[in-house]
Design a protein around this ligand. Structure first.
Ligand SMILES: Nc1nc2c(c(=O)[nH]1)N[C@H]1C(S)=C(S)[C@@H](COP(=O)(O)OP(=O)(O)OC[C@H]3O[C@@H](n4cnc5c(=O)[nH]c(N)nc54)[C@H](O)[C@@H]3O)O[C@H]1N2
Ligand SMILES: Nc1nc2c(c(=O)[nH]1)N[C@H]1C(S)=C(S)[C@@H](COP(=O)(O)OP(=O)(O)OC[C@H]3O[C@@H](n4cnc5c(=O)[nH]c(N)nc54)[C@H](O)[C@@H]3O)O[C@H]1N2
Ligand code: SF4
Ligand SMILES: [Mo]
Length: 732
């Protein structure tokens, strides 16, 4: 044993850090020899994750070593991609942006910020420098195909878009999960490593976990109970629950927290008429079950209602998130142990950012409201394609792959190919960045410092941890923040003095200088950069605790329920009920623990094995459409069609089909060999940029109407084969 390890151990060292691949903030222990990673394990001494990691953690190594990852800037030429130097690349990018803005106006250059930016300390702390220097109002981000409803609810109720409470999973006795699959996603807007154990612990202490989902997910499998729901009808379930809370006399309108909300007395009539009986048929959940859920939720010693992607990214996303919050408030679950609680992070971004605003401006073509200066992603392609003043002629993507990640991706794909100038900040030549004139690649996660600016703010236990870079970058590499600042220098020579000073100081000392400032203004006087450096496993800052009313950012320290705004959306709900077509086949998404949005498909150990990009559907739906397991199916929506293999499973509710997003690497010119060999199809070639939550402008990728057509099979044999299949699996 010792002999084989000897050569590796000569120089073997151990490094501790936080994994930045998803929101869970797991501590990892990395063995390395100064140049190469030797192994990645969970850090047992991390007070937050206590040794837990998921299979994706090893991708930190794969990403670092990936031969397809760009190690310096490249320019697209008639003869393919050519390497160019950083100074030349940055000069050309600045000139490209300025040329578009001089010809067509400042807003003719747009920018899209993708999800990995929020997992990047340097990026988070300096992005405002880049955005300011771009001087454009044409801003977009992945927020509007994700958590936008959470921000709007928190902005209205608590006075700041980032003052978002999270489930106190470590102490709750009853967790209602609506449209979230933390066993695959490892939790979202709920930073909580090892959700499998946390949910098992709830059950072990005689509590209950209840999952509402059109698919019997990995989470549903370990829950106490699971209920199928027709996609995008959660708003009805939540209204009926609210109705029933009052009907059964469970509302606690004189509780400590409810008393902070002057409009609390208007909530009883909010759900008037939405009885459990009236929503049972459409949702697919019986009135008896809804009543029982309400009773158990309200009678539990503690409980929390938590809704995630499944209720955010659909046609009633904002109203659903509002109702989920209101249910927690009127049942006395907000800001109480085991309920929905506010984290108290060591760097509180709420103190250093604006509260947010909705609808100050509207998008030029589709007239959709902006949020905090960003237009909805569904508006992006039209802004490029529709001619007229303000049309986008140039574009920048930062850590995003919207061709695969936003609705009607094929339309965006075409729109990007018509731009005059495009630049992408990305590791790879992707489905999106292949359209860029220049790609500027940053270093990989192991080459940068990290303190989680974003996800400590959503953590289910207060902690703080700083990880220095494991490997130093080579001379030809740059951090995201360096790229931002060098572009800002070129684009914004006359920036206000304070901004220029901050830029210079950040360049001199690195973004950890900004982290130090954030810690200084944070709530824990003993947590400084030095104490964090002395505690490489992280510091435990204790369980969540009561934060109200102090945490409210409205000047009057009251919760503003903004009832009129939300009540107006009930007209749309009633219209949906009247027109509901229960025969429609509805498409939803899904995530897998070995995948991460559109990337990490270039890690062989994560993608190997059976294809995960399949069309899941129930045996009954399969029979109705003459589809057998494994057979190719053409799935068609208003905007496009894809051909994909069927996976017949009773995990899905009848009448619902599921395709994971982030695949579709078969497009010409992509340079990620392993991902290309596991290409799959893009579900966002089916999702519709006109199907949105009209109240927020958020995309609706769940509940998309589709048609199914079996390809190349003998239809007569199909029904029998499927019935046999399901009989087999029932016996297994
Ligand atoms: N149909 C459907 N669509 C969805 C979803 C869904 O559930 N269903 N989910 C949505 C959600 S929640 C999200 S967040 C979005 C995600 O969509 P996007 O935010 O567009 O992110 P990704 O598609 O993951 O692309 C990330 C890109 O950033 C690059 N990258 C990774 N790390 C870094 C870094 O540190 N710096 C830089 N510069 N680049 C980096 C990767 O190579 C990759 O190309 O997708 C959304 N799209
Ligand atoms: N492994 C892995 N982890 C990830 C990611 C990843 O791609 N892979 N992405 C990260 C990102 S960016 C995010 S935002 C989070 C998302 O984290 P989650 O929200 O937990 O992730 P999803 O798996 O999208 O869960 C949404 C669930 O909603 C269900 N659903 C769909 N439509 C409806 C509906 O109309 N009603 C109800 N009630 N349920 C519905 C789906 O079946 C699915 O189980 O995950 C993060 N973590
Ligand atoms: S759960 Fe998320 S943070 Fe933890 S190891 Fe996996 S990818 Fe990394
Ligand atoms: Mo996301």
């Amino acid at each position: 044993m010792a002999t084989t390890a000897a050569s590796a151990t000569d120089n073997e060292q151990i490094h501790f850090r936080t994994c930045t691949l998803c929101e869970a903030m797991c501590g990892v222990e990395i063995k390395h020899d100064g140049e190469k990673v030797l192994s990645i394990k969970g850090d047992k001494n991390d007070p937050f994750s206590q040794g837990y990691i998921c299979p994706k953690a090893t991708a930190l190594q794969d990403l670092y070593e990936d031969p397809d990852r760009l190690r310096g800037p490249v320019e697209r030429t008639a003869d393919g991609w050519k390497s160019i130097s950083w100074p030349e690349a940055l000069d050309k990018v600045a000139a490209g942006i300025q040329s578009v803005q001089q010809k067509y106006g400042q807003n003719a250059f747009g920018v899209y910020l993708g999800n990995p930016n929020v997992h990047n300390m340097g990026g988070m702390l300096t992005i405002k420098q880049l955005l300011t220097s771009l001087k454009t109002r044409s801003r977009f981000s992945a927020t509007s195909i994700d958590q936008l409803p959470h921000h709007i609810v928190s902005m209205h109720l608590f006075g700041h878009m980032l003052r978002i409470p999270v489930p106190d999973v470590n102490r709750t006795q009853y967790m209602l999960i609506i449209g979230g699959n933390p066993l695959a996603s490892n939790g979202s807007i709920m930073t909580a490593p090892n959700m499998r154990q946390k949910l098992k612990d709830i059950k072990a202490r005689n509590g209950k976990v209840v999952v509402i989902d059109p698919r019997r997910t990995e989470t549903a499998d370990i829950a106490s109970e699971h209920h199928f729901i027709r996609p995008a009808t959660d708003v009805l379930l939540l209204l009926a629950m609210l109705n029933e809370i009052y009907a059964q006399g469970y509302a606690k309108v004189d509780s400590r927290v409810a008393e902070l909300a002057p409009e609390i007395d208007r909530i009883e009539s909010f759900a008037e008429g939405f009885t459990p009986e009236s929503v049972a048929d459409i949702t697919g959940i019986t009135a008896t079950e809804i009543k029982r859920i309400v009773k158990e939720f309200c009678e539990a010693e503690s409980s929390v209602c938590y809704g995630r992607m499944g209720i955010s990214v659909q046609e009633f996303g904002l109203l659903s998130q509002y109702l989920s919050m209101v249910i927690n408030i009127v049942t006395g679950r907000l800001d109480e142990v085991g309920g929905l609680m506010f984290p108290n992070p060591a760097v509180d971004v709420v103190n250093s950012s604006g509260p947010g605003y909705l609808g100050k401006r509207h998008s030029r073509v589709s007239n959709l409201p902006d949020f905090n200066g960003e237009y909805p992603v569904v508006a992006m392609a039209d802004e490029m394609l529709v001619e007229g003043e303000g049309q986008l002629k140039g574009f920048m993507t930062v850590a995003g792959n919207p061709v695969l990640s936003t609705p009607n991706g094929e339309k965006l794909n075409e729109a990007l190919s018509g731009l005059e100038f495009m630049v992408s900040l990305d590791y790879f030549v992707t489905e999106t960045s292949r359209h860029a004139n220049i790609i500027l690649p940053p270093v990989s996660p192991l080459e940068r410092d990290h303190y989680d600016i974003t996800f400590n703010g959503f953590a289910v236990h207060n902690v703080a941890k700083y990880s220095p870079a494991l490997f130093s970058k080579t001379e030809n590499e740059k951090h995201d923040w360096e790229i931002y600042l060098e572009l800002a220098d070129r684009l914004d020579k006359d920036a206000p003095e304070a901004m220029q000073k901050e830029r210079a100081a950040t360049k001199a000392f690195g973004p950890k200088f900004l982290l130090e400032q954030g810690l200084k203004y944070g709530p824990y006087k003993d947590v400084t950069l030095d104490t964090l450096i002395d505690n490489p496993h992280g510091i435990d800052l204790g369980p969540l605790h009561r934060m109200l009313p102090e945490a409210i950012k409205h000047a009057n320290k009251q919760i503003n329920l903004n009832v009129d705004f939300y009540q107006a959306d009930l007209a749309r709900v009633k219209e949906m009920m009247q027109q509901y077509d229960d025969q429609e086949i509805l498409l939803i998404g899904r995530r897998h623990v070995r995948s991460n949005n559109s990337w990490l498909h270039n890690s062989y150990r994560l993608v190997k094995g059976k294809s995960r990009c399949t069309l899941m559907l129930h045996p009954q739906t399969a029979v109705q459409h003459g589809i057998t397991d494994g057979q190719d199916v053409r799935v068609t929506s208003r905007v496009g069609s894809v051909v994909i293999a069927a996976e017949v499973t009773d995990e899905l509710m009848p009448g619902v089909v599921s395709i994971p997003h982030g695949f579709g690497h078969g497009r010409k010119g992509v340079k990620q060999k392993i991902a290309q060999a596991h290409a799959g199809v893009s579900v966002n070639d089916l999702t519709d940029d006109t199907l949105i939550d009209q109240l927020s402008g958020n995309a609706a990728v769940n509940g998309v109407p589709v048609q199914l057509e079996a390809l190349g099979a003998n239809a007569d044999d199909v029904a029998n084969a499927v019935l046999e299949n399901s009989a087999d699996s029932a016996m297994a």
